[in-house]
Ligand binder design. Structure first.
Ligand SMILES: [Zn+2]
Length: 302
């Protein structure tokens, strides 16, 4: 699982994946004998229960511009298919992209006051900026109702989420072009990117169904796969799995950090391993190997 693939990740407070780590991860997969396949090809292999070749599916969330400008040429050089999950609000510029607003706030100021937290952060340098960003982001992830509580802070600081959406996310025309690329698949990621588990059932259903209809209309092709926003146990669970199935999706992905090692996994709660943030290439490798060995222990292999 990737989000942004950043040329200058320091200025973005190391919130995405660096080009170097992105390239390293693809090279590492190839060297270790992993084949990179599309999600559809992965499902076919699972259905045929092929043993025991390892394969990986690359996914990108949210529809960032740098996925096309920076990652796509690298994906093309590697002939690597990929899935991109896109919320409606990114394309229509209405997304409440609090993480972009928070990053902008923290990197442009030496002191940041978050009224809703009743906290003030001194952040004149890179290290303190990352600390402040992480602390506020953690506070939001603890309770997604807090997203709305950041809006007055952004407004007072003159930060426009709609302008940030324009800067960072692909537009409708660009997504239409990308969807015709032979390596690309486009999946759903809800209308407004909420934590679905915090919504009533009708709203949660509409978030998924409306986004799917919007993308199918825009791209003139079926949208069979969805990624739950945030993807953790506070944001989605069995209710969302039922909804995704009922709406007609074939799969749904979470952010549960592990491999699929079962030929019949729950197609509506597929796990994904995130690559990025402040991971170094050594950390990435250790984590991939660590997860692998944990799985082997679980299966009783040596
Ligand atoms: Zn997302």
């Amino acid at each position: 699982m990737f989000h942004e693939i950043q040329q200058d990740c320091r200025s973005e407070l190391m919130t995405g994946t660096s080009v170097a780590l992105f390239e390293y991860s693809l090279k590492w997969l190839r060297q270790e004998g992993w084949e990179i396949v599309s999600l559809e090809a992965c499902l076919e292999r699972l259905a045929r229960d092929l043993q025991p070749r390892r394969y990986a599916v690359l996914t990108f969330d949210d529809g960032y511009r740098d996925n096309v400008s920076t990652a796509l040429p690298i994906l093309e050089r590697n002939n690597a298919p990929f899935m991109m999950y896109v919320p409606t609000g990114a394309l229509t510029r209405t997304l409440e992209s609090w993480w972009l607003g928070l990053r902008e706030l923290v990197r442009s100021r030496d002191t940041v006051t978050i009224d809703a937290m009743g906290m003030r952060f001194r952040c004149p340098d890179f290290r303190n900026k990352t600390v402040a960003f992480d602390r506020v982001a953690e506070w939001v992830h603890e309770d997604y109702h807090r997203v709305a509580m950041l809006a007055p802070t952004f407004r007072r600081a003159g930060i426009s989420l709609s302008a940030l959406n324009e800067t960072y996310f692909l537009d409708e025309r660009e997504l239409q072009v990308l969807a015709r690329h032979p390596l690309a698949s486009i999946g759903a990621h809800t209308a407004s990117h909420p934590a679905l588990a915090c919504l009533d059932v009708l709203s949660a259903r509409a978030e998924m169904a409306d986004n799917r209809n919007y993308l199918e209309e825009l791209l003139q092709r079926p949208v069979r796969h969805v990624a739950y926003p945030y993807g953790n146990s506070r944001a989605c669970g069995s209710r969302e799995e039922h909804l995704a199935k009922e709406i007609g999706f074939s799969t749904a992905v979470t952010t549960q950090d592990r491999h699929v090692f079962d030929s019949r996994p729950n197609h509506f709660a597929l796990p994904r391993i995130g690559v990025g943030g402040r991971d170094t290439s050594a950390a990435f490798k250790a984590r991939m190997n660590g997860v692998q060995s944990a799985v082997h222990v679980l299966l009783g292999h040596n």
